[in-house]
Design a protein around this ligand. Structure first.
Ligand SMILES: NC(=O)c1ccc[n+]([C@@H]2O[C@H](COP(=O)([O-])OP(=O)(O)OC[C@H]3O[C@@H](n4cnc5c(N)ncnc54)[C@H](O)[C@@H]3O)[C@@H](O)[C@H]2O)c1
Ligand SMILES: [Fe+2]
Length: 382
């Protein structure tokens, strides 16, 4: 690690964390004179008992929520526009995102759109659009219901173009939640597949953040502890969940997202095109690709892999041992080893390699990744 300029490190979000934290939501709204939230969730979560119970608790305090739930699995711009119409047509005073990364990203993008009415992608961070995020956003609160993306503590929303399916990033420090209610009880009934896939996303965040090239020892420490918590809890949370394993996974996913303000890497760039092109779940796409991406990164970074191996308490403190651990973990979680098992075909590989090379995540990878490297990685993983 070399320090060679002035860096900025930010850790400002208030997180209420622990079983029962969600019960504090109505009182928080009352204390802040908020009585008409727009709740953004997905159609599946809107049917779950815990969601109905949150609405009931709000009603008991005379807080009447308007629920917007029309969003895609990999959210698109029109989802954000529809949600903004609900805000416009009703009198709302705050936005609460309740859900996994998809719902939280749409909630955040709606919060942005309320006071920024140019085309949504004018604010795309990749083309410098963050400078146009100049107005305030309404009070924004997040409630995670998966333990994966950590979007609840993020300051970006990933939204795809309806036609091209290209992922855009809306980014601004103004998009941070005012407060996060992170209650592991809400994740107790996550099905095993979603637990495993979202948990592997959290592991990928922590590992890629630790390896990312910018010097950031604060994030490095958080990332290693996140990896350790996931080692201890992901398999239990998937197979026989209890409150402790759910709690560890939820805090580890938050830590992953805090750590990846340092940057991500090759695995996320391999994963993003699978979601854009084939609608693959984000966590699953990372899970299948992470062993291959980590293998690619070992040479030249043996010391960093030694620290990951030590954190995972592996017998051999090498990058290869880390890669083997990842293959084994995927096997234990019933996640396939091969891209062909998740609907990828040989004819997709060129397009995937083009999209991966254009992706925003790999410039922070510890070593450069060329378009040919992406093609080789996909071919190896097929
Ligand atoms: N903003 C960021 O920093 C960031 C980072 C990574 C990924 N993302 C985005 O996040 C999205 C993926 O998020 P995700 O992995 O959380 O998945 P998700 O939000 O798509 O949720 C996965 C599934 O789990 C269900 N679900 C959620 N909570 C549940 C619960 N408590 N019980 C039962 N079912 C539940 C949902 O209805 C959905 O069907 C992608 O759109 C991705 O682009 C954002
Ligand atoms: Fe991710």
């Amino acid at each position: 690690m070399t320090f060679d300029k002035v860096y900025q490190y930010n850790f400002p979000t208030t997180i209420r964390f622990g079983a029962g934290a969600i019960k504090e939501l109505p009182a928080y709204l009352q204390q802040n004179n908020l009585e008409a939230p727009l709740i953004v969730t997905d159609p599946n979560i809107a049917q779950l008992p815990f969601f109905k119970s949150i609405i009931r608790e709000l009603e008991h305090k005379n807080i009447s929520a308007e629920v917007f739930q029309e969003l895609h699995k990999n959210p698109v711009k029109s989802d954000v526009y529809k949600g903004t119409e609900v805000w416009d047509n009703t009198t709302r005073d705050c936005i609460i995102g309740i859900g996994g990364g998809a719902a939280l990203d749409v909630a955040r993008a709606i919060a942005l759109r309320i006071n920024h009415r140019e085309d949504l992608f004018k604010y795309d961070d990749l083309v410098g659009g963050d400078i146009f995020v100049t107005n305030e956003v309404p009070p924004f609160i997040t409630v995670p219901t998966t333990a994966g993306t950590g979007s609840e503590v993020g300051r970006s929303a990933i939204i795809s173009d309806d036609e091209t399916h290209q992922k855009k990033i809306l980014f601004s420090p103004k998009l941070l939640a005012k407060i996060v209610f992170a209650d592991p009880e809400l994740t107790m009934d996550l099905p095993p597949f979603i637990t495993a896939a979202t948990g592997m996303d959290a592991l990928t965040h922590n590992m890629e953040a630790f390896l990312a090239k910018n010097p950031h020892p604060i994030c490095d420490g958080i990332a290693l502890e996140g990896i350790s918590l996931i080692k201890d809890s992901l398999e239990i949370a998937t197979k026989r969940p209890d409150l402790q394993s759910r709690s560890k996974m939820l805090i580890a996913s938050i830590m992953g997202a805090i750590a990846f303000q340092k940057g991500l890497g090759v695995v996320h760039s391999l994963a993003h095109p699978l979601s854009s092109l084939l609608d693959t779940h984000h966590g699953l796409a990372n899970a299948v690709n992470i062993p291959y991406g980590m293998q690619f990164n070992i040479a030249g970074f043996e010391d960093k892999f030694r620290r990951i191996a030590r954190t995972l308490e592996l017998k051999e403190e090498t990058g290869e041992a880390v890669v083997n651990y990842l293959f084994d973990l995927n096997a234990r979680l019933n996640i396939p080893h091969r891209l062909r098992d998740i609907q990828v075909k040989e004819e997709h590989l060129d397009t995937l390699a083009d999209l991966a090379f254009a992706d925003f995540a790999h410039p922070n990878n510890p070593k450069p990744v060329s378009r040919d490297d992406f093609k080789t990685l996909y071919t190896t993983a097929l």
